[in-house]
Ligand binder design. Structure first.
Ligand SMILES: Cc1cc2nc3c(=O)[nH]c(=O)nc-3n(C[C@H](O)[C@H](O)[C@H](O)COP(=O)(O)OP(=O)(O)OC[C@H]3O[C@@H](n4cnc5c(N)ncnc54)[C@H](O)[C@@H]3O)c2cc1C
Length: 419
């Protein structure tokens, strides 16, 4: 291992004694041989220890990309290390698209799916809901494929890296479409809470950015609307509530470099150049940061907004920016949107981990009962309550044991959760 083997944020130096970088199936099998603990590392964008191990890290980065469009043009197959940004280029060449993207195209598809990564949209599920099939290489070298409709498919999709190496992913695709992105400014919280459905439903994908202080409301509302099927009349709805369109391009972070942001100002463009907030060629977000994110059932979110707002003075010294998004319910056992439409409360923190971790319990208490945490970000919830928040947790544990009876892919993060 090089001393530089850290996660993207640099807040975690991987403890692994070795890093394998297989670029073929033979090399991957060789990396799995033996007995020690293993974890796969994707594009390293997780903030907590989910990816870490004291054993060997197997990098998915050099695995064959193998991007193949199905003959019926309804799905695409790809290898376990491909990033969304690279997949999007290939799909665009074929006039195809995905249903949604996260805030950045830099993350690996397999790593994003593993943690239930999401974008926004009242009618859009997390990125994992586009998965048609996943193929794992288990530690014993056996391949296991789960197709939508198979028993245990819904358990295997959001898998926390616990089922082996994802060597193949198949995703739903659709004909390419155009998206229009417009940023609006300044809505007070009372208006947002009172008109929550109208605000989050005024575009295909809506993100609310706030610092929980300052103007005391939502500073920016990013609306991404499909040109072929607009979700709502954002300009009229938001103007009616008192927001105004931004007079130039914006970055979600106050003072951030707007060249890093995707095109705004209502200019139509390809789905892949509007759905993420950040462009592939630039550092996303601030780059010098930590992140946390929590999910609440949609009906609990309005009351939680008021409680988090009351915590504003405590949050202010550490928050760079906070974002509220919505995610449609799904049936994936470990998805934070399992069984319920959710509102995601995201926090980009200043990079002071001890101070952030000291504050998280207060924030988690303010968010209230039934809160679920993003699997790849920082949280301080009681691990037993995290596992207990998922109805199918015990079924997942049983699935993991069938896959990996020796627990070679179980690290400290998962052991704390009871795996
Ligand atoms: C700037 C920034 C912006 C972000 N924006 C969003 C956002 O908009 N929405 C959101 O929900 N999250 C967001 N995230 C979080 C991020 O999407 C997740 O942490 C995601 O898991 C990152 O994937 P990765 O491959 O980079 O992570 P890694 O830490 O490398 O891997 C994450 C997990 O996937 C497993 N894994 C990776 N590849 C494989 C494989 N081939 N086989 C088996 N297991 C594998 C790892 O073992 C680990 O458990 C953001 C993170 C950053 C840094």
């Amino acid at each position: 291992m090089q001393p530089s083997e850290t996660n993207w944020a640099g807040n975690l130096a991987y403890r692994a004694g070795a890093m394998a970088r297989p670029s073929s199936r033979e090399e991957l099998l060789a990396a799995l041989a033996g007995e020690g603990e293993l974890r796969v590392v994707g594009s390293r964008h997780s903030f907590n220890t989910i990816t870490d191990t004291a054993g060997t890290l197997v990098s998915a980065e050099d695995l064959p990309a193998g991007i193949e469009i199905a003959a019926d043009r309804r799905s695409v197959g790809l290898g376990g290390g491909v990033r969304y940004g690279d997949l999007a280029v290939e799909l665009a060449r074929h006039g195809l698209a995905l249903a949604n993207l996260a805030s950045l195209p830099h993350i690996s598809v397999a790593g994003a799916i593993a943690t239930g990564t999401h974008g926004s949209g009242d009618r859009l599920g997390s990125l994992a809901t586009s998965v048609r099939a996943l193929t794992f290489l288990a530690p014993d070298g056996a391949e296991r494929t789960y197709r939508r409709g198979d028993e245990d498919f819904a358990g295997a999709v959001v898998h926390l890296g616990a089922l082996g190496v994802v060597v193949r992913v198949e995703l739903d695709v659709e004909p390419a479409y155009q998206v229009v992105q417009t940023v609006f400014e300044s809505l007070d919280w009372a208006t947002v809470v009172e008109n929550f459905d109208a605000v989050t439903g005024c575009g295909t994908s809506v993100s609310l950015f706030t610092s929980w202080g300052g103007t005391g409301g939502v500073d920016q509302i990013w609306v991404k609307d499909r040109a072929d099927a607009p979700a709502g009349n954002a300009a009229a709805v938001l103007a009616g509530l008192g927001a105004r369109p931004a007079d130039g391009p914006r970055h979600p972070l106050p003072g951030g470099d707007t060249r890093a942001s995707t095109e705004q100002l209502g200019l139509p463009g390809l789905w892949s150049e509007r759905l993420p907030h950040f462009r592939l060629a630039f550092t996303p977000s601030s780059g010098d940061e930590l992140q946390s994110e929590y999910f609440l059932p949609r009906e609990a979110a309005r009351a939680a907004i008021a409680r988090v707002q009351a915590l504003g003075p405590r949050l202010a010294p550490l928050v760079q920016v906070s974002e509220l998004r919505t995610v449609r319910a799904d049936d994936l056992w470990l998805s934070p949107a399992y069984g319920q439409d959710v509102v995601a409360f995201h926090f980009t923190w200043r990079p002071d981990q001890p101070a952030v971790e000291a504050l998280l319990p207060e924030l988690e208490a303010a968010l209230g009962e039934g809160v679920r945490a993003h699997w790849g970000k920082l949280w301080q919830l009681d691990p037993a309550s995290v596992a207990g928040g998922y109805e199918r947790w015990d079924d997942f544990v049983a699935l993991q044991r069938r896959h990996d009876p020796q627990g070679r892919f179980v690290n400290d993060f998962l052991r704390r959760l009871g795996l």
